[in-house]
Design a protein around this ligand. Structure first.
Ligand SMILES: [Zn+2]
Length: 336
């Protein structure tokens, strides 16, 4: 399908980002991001359903947000999201926390973290399309799935939305896990690699970037308010995403469950420590995950179990709406 993107977006109240608003490194990044998105969207469609042409466009907004539209397979990523991910990494990726990374590899290391965080969001939006969410939202009368949740619900409940978000997070986490295996972190942490095996640094750093980036969406988990939100709160998503990364690493035959859990926990904890140090929060006092992320408590785990139960109800509906057919179980939400 060919659409006039500019008017498609304008009709829905969004403005396309124009490359001529940028210059230098930002312009190069704008173009290379879109090229990369296009290449991956085509590669994914090639084996799922070549008829599906997902178009990604940058939107002119400084808010860290992204959208999956329902009336065409269009992903809109606010340019502000890209800027904010870079800013956050610039603030948090401090030499003090990464003394094992030699000076001459720091730029490459930071770029890898940035890319993995950025592409998580792209693949999350792709999950909304390929897992049937946008088609479900369309039947519910919605124009787009909005990542900051300021959307009307149509005929979907907040639990439906939260479950879709978890499903898209799982899709995104699965994809970046495969990426991290194909494109390893540019420096090996010799202690981790010797202890846990080849690729240990990549897995830990993947957990680092995925966990870190959600810190910018809020630090609190208020389960009593959560019920009415469109999205699970950031700590719950951090828990679910790092958990999916760990599960996926095992399914790929990369690590066993103990190693994968250990490595994702290390990455998570380093991210939390680095964030606290950058933003002058109190340091983590003990090395137990529950002490720094409330979602790691039994309440958090129970909440996620509730969403998983709900997903089982939604799944038969979604399966009918998946434009690329149903993938084998290994690709599914929190499978295993
Ligand atoms: Zn989403």
């Amino acid at each position: 399908m060919s659409i006039d993107l500019e008017s498609f977006l304008a009709a829905r109240g969004y403005r396309m980002m124009r490359p001529n608003a940028l210059e230098g490194a930002a312009l190069a990044e704008f173009n290379s991001c879109l090229d990369q998105f296009r290449e991956w969207a085509e590669a994914h469609a090639a084996f799922r359903n070549p008829e599906i042409k997902v178009v990604t466009v940058f939107l002119n907004s400084s808010e860290a947000n992204a959208f999956a539209f329902t009336e065409a397979d269009v992903i809109g990523v606010n340019w502000g999201l890209i800027v904010k991910i870079r800013e956050l990494l610039g603030q948090v990726f401090d030499p003090m926390n990464f003394s094992w990374i030699p000076e001459d590899r720091r730029a490459a290391a930071k770029e890898w973290l940035y890319e993995s965080a950025k592409f998580f969001f792209f693949w999350h939006e792709m999950g909304h399309i390929w897992n049937g969410h946008t088609r479900l939202a369309k039947t519910a009368g919605l124009a787009a799935i909005d990542e900051l949740g300021a959307t009307s619900m149509g005929s979907l409940s907040s639990k439906d939305f939260q479950t879709l978000e978890m499903d898209a997070d799982s899709f995104g986490a699965t994809q970046i896990c495969s990426m991290a295996r194909r494109f390893p972190f540019p420096v090996k942490n010799s202690i981790l690699e010797n202890e846990q095996g080849d690729g240990a640094t990549s897995l830990a750093m993947l957990a680092f970037s995925s966990y870190l980036v959600f810190s910018m969406f809020g630090r609190e988990m208020r389960l009593e308010e959560q019920e009415s939100w469109d999205h699970p709160s950031a700590p719950l998503r951090q828990l679910a995403i790092t958990g999916t990364i760990s599960t996926k690493a095992v399914q790929m035959g990369w690590f066993n469950i103990d190693q994968a859990s250990y490595l994702t926990q290390i990455g998570t904890q380093v991210a939390e420590d680095a964030y606290r140090s950058a933003f002058k929060e109190d340091p983590v006092s003990e090395d137990l995950a529950e002490t720094f992320n409330p979602a790691f408590s039994s309440e958090g785990a129970n909440y996620l179990s509730g969403l998983l139960e709900h997903w089982k109800l939604l799944r038969p509906v979604l399966d009918q709406l998946k434009p690329g057919g149903v993938l084998p179980a290994v690709q599914d939400f929190a499978d295993g």
